[in-house]
Design a protein around this ligand. Structure first.
Ligand SMILES: Nc1ncnc2c1ncn2[C@@H]1O[C@H](COP(=O)(O)OP(=O)(O)OP(=O)(O)O)[C@@H](O)[C@H]1O
Ligand SMILES: [Mg+2]
Length: 365
């Protein structure tokens, strides 16, 4: 039985519909990440699960039981918000145990629980400090510990790391991954950060404009994006998109566009065989272009290197191919001068073909 199920979830604010039928099934102990750009409906979805927003249409089930009509406190969920919402006059231990004290849990049990969750999030030596005397990351941990103390088996997180600086964010992300493996609970995590989504999720749900665009494992979505939106949203630097047409010459399938004619291979050639003369958008990830001067023309792009950004082991090159902009990721040891026109081999096993009109990934007809 699925742990959590959303069926045809719809949200309207007055005349404005912001969620258009969200269908989602989460297996037990899955770490699910809802990711998408600002305003796509992630928080609304999460808050409907928590019971903080009403459901306009559709239903929510936990363990096969409908919970959409229940009060938040009766849903047995624990939620961690972006702003932590800690009580400033209480110390860490009191913040963590607040809900348990309200429930009149025995003091010895509370002490045991506080110790256990503080240990889990690395707060043992801070139990007597007030939130004002903690760093952002430590406060974040208190919020996490307070949720864990609730003994719920479903945790909801809404952008819990977004107030932290980049370095701390990376550190907390790793700790969260370790913690979630240790506690083995159901996590639904909302973020607009694709790196967080890729690194934390068992299952990613990409949303846009109140619709689910695609769901699957990080690897499935990265390797087989269902449409141009998902392809461009996951991966940094983002995928390059070049307009072209599918043409067949001498029994081979090509994508032909401004300044390039690439001979498709393998599965992509088979797909293209069923789409003659179709207007497509070719997707190439920056890491699937390799500097190789002697590559045959039908396997390469000839690019003018305009800007090179050194980012350590890698350099990101901003190039042009006719009027197209193309980003390339190269080993920063690669000797390269700005203004040069160079040939880059395209990893043709990893290119993506999208219908130029609909943006959907091309399938074999
Ligand atoms: N109370 C409200 N009344 C009207 N519209 C609302 C209300 N709350 C949210 N919305 C709209 O619903 C849409 C989805 O909002 P939501 O907060 O779910 O987005 P989000 O994906 O969490 O974005 P962000 O990444 O910025 O937090 C937005 O267009 C927002 O303007
Ligand atoms: Mg939000």
């Amino acid at each position: 039985m699925p742990k959590i199920e959303l069926k045809g979830l719809i949200k309207r604010y007055g005349d404005v519909q912001v969620l258009h039928g969200i269908d989602l099934t989460m297996a037990d102990n899955e770490f699910t990440v809802l990711v998408g750009p600002s305003g796509c409906g992630k928080s609304t979805t999460l808050r409907m699960i928590a019971g903080l927003e009403s459901v306009s249409d559709g239903d929510i089930y936990v363990d096969g039981k409908r919970i959409s009509h229940l009060e938040p406190k009766d849903r047995g969920l624990a939620m961690v918000f972006q702003d932590y919402a800690l009580y400033p006059h209480m110390n860490v231990a009191q913040n963590i145990s607040f809900a348990l004290r309200l429930q009149k849990v025995a003091k010895s049990d509370i002490d045991k629980k506080v110790k256990e969750v503080a240990d889990l999030v690395g707060l043992t030596s801070f139990l007597h400090r007030k939130p004002g005397a903690l760093s952002g990351g430590q406060r974040q941990r208190v919020a996490m510990a307070r949720a864990l103390a609730k003994d719920s088996d479903i945790f909801l997180f809404d952008e819990p790391l977004s107030n932290l600086d980049a370095k701390l964010r990376g550190q907390m992300r790793a700790e969260l991954a370790i913690m979630s493996q240790r506690v083995q609970k159901n996590m639904i995590y909302v973020t607009h950060d694709q790196v967080e989504a890729m690194t934390l999720a068992d299952r990613i749900v990409v949303m846009n404009g109140g619709y689910i665009q695609q769901q699957g494992t990080p690897e499935e979505l990265f390797k087989r994006p269902a449409n141009k939106f998902v392809a461009g949203f996951l991966g940094m630097p983002p995928m390059n998109f070049l307009d072209g047409e599918i043409e067949h010459r001498d029994g081979a399938a090509f994508v032909v566009g401004e300044g390039f004619a690439l001979r498709l291979a393998g599965e992509k050639a088979q797909i293209a065989a069923t789409h003659s003369n179709k207007a497509v958008t070719l997707g190439i990830r920056p890491s699937d272009l390799n500097f190789a001067a002697d590559t045959p023309e039908d396997q390469s792009l000839t690019l003018d290197v305009m800007v090179s950004e050194y980012i350590g082991a890698q350099s990101v090159l901003m190039c042009s191919c006719g009027s197209n902009r193309v980003t390339v990721e190269v080993n920063s040891e690669t000797p390269m001068a700005l203004g040069e026109t160079l040939r880059f081999e395209v990893n043709l096993n990893r290119v993506h073909l999208f219908d130029r009109q609909s943006g959907e990934a091309l399938r074999r007809l």
